[in-house]
Design a protein around this ligand. Sequence first.
Ligand SMILES: Cc1ncc(COP(=O)(O)O)c(C=O)c1O
Length: 436
Amino acid sequence: MRNDLDAHWMPFTANRQFKAAPRLFASASGVHYTTTEGRKVMDGISGLWCCAAGHGRPEIAQAVGKAAMELDFSPPFQMGHPAAFELATRLAEMAPGGLNHIFFTNSGSESVETALKIALAYHRMNGEAHRTRLIGRERGYHGVNFGGMSVGGMTANRKMFSPLMLPGVDHLRHTHEIEANLYSKGQPQHGVELAEDLERLCALHDPSTIAAVIVEPLSGSAGVLLPPKGYLERLRALCDKHGILLIFDEVITGFGRLGAPFASTYFGVEPDLMTTAKALTNGVVPMGAVFVQDKIHDAFMTGPEGAIELFHGYTFSATTVACAAALAALDIYKRDSLFERAAELAPYWQEAVHSLKGRRHIKDIRNLGLIGAVELEPIAGKPTKRAISAFLAAYERGLLVRTTGDIIALCPPLIIEKSQIDQLIDTLGSVLDQID
Ligand SMILES: Cc1ncc(COP(=O)(O)O)c(C=O)c1O
């Protein structure tokens, strides 16, 4: 059979480099992938921040197969199927406080678009149609669709499309005060005042024009940028003061990554809307979910009976197989107490990641929950090159990591054993010894 690599235009990939020396996975089990050459590669990034319960979970595969056999597709508009309601109820029970309504999507990007649209529509329903401005944050990542890209703050993702960014968007300053917070263990001490940047934007635009602020409680994709102590609390207070909705993008932090169901649970700060995807199905079937506060949902449930309340949704909102995968994943998280396990492992993980201090090329190390980052000194005039070399060398040595800029991000499955953490860190240390 023809299996040319040319036809598949790979996403966020150096296509020519990849196709000259392909890296192909054939199977996966536990915390390991196996390549098509039969080599084992430890998964240091949970696939792509997705596979919290590790790989090859038969319960999920069986649930997906059963759903496909029983009810392959059920139209999501004006029709339903029981698993979607069961899943929404389970998610609402897991979520903090009043985040009791769930809108299903297929990805993090779609969750973000959905949350932004609900925020805008809510103000209109609430008699405040003048609130149209969206505030994101520099170095934020909210997926690749036009809304998420516009509120996002990663330059490379934006520059090709800059004339078409949504109008009426502004950005808070990012929270990566690296010099003040070098080698932070857990939340950085310095930077709470960065939340006050919202006051600057309120003064500039007037708060009555602002619909919502969207931030990742912890930015993963931009290189593991942590919220300084008190920052999220301050942002919440300022949003309340000005009647602005606060959206937490928990596509990475949702489902146990910090040792609690959500980052909002971990930090004790409740957003008005919360976006999730990735680990919702353990990465097995694409699915996202937007969690919505009662007051926002209820504002829509006021029009004439029989009228559609929100003109938004996807053909693949809450497919039967996605719901089956998510329900099976939630069962595993609960049965195996994986969120608690992540909390128990976090101190060990912290010390392991920070044990790399002093190795070659390292500029900073940081961690929270079962997330870690090693920021490298860039090679002069060649930003990103050193981290890409580290990624390639790690793969050769049997370890999968992820890099952004010159930052190596780590996010192992929550089932990782301490001995495997040691192995991961040893491998990364020897990679840093090896590369230029
Ligand atoms: C915080 C955040 N939001 C949104 C997304 C986009 O998710 P997806 O790639 O599923 O569209 C990501 C992906 O990494 C993310 O980290």
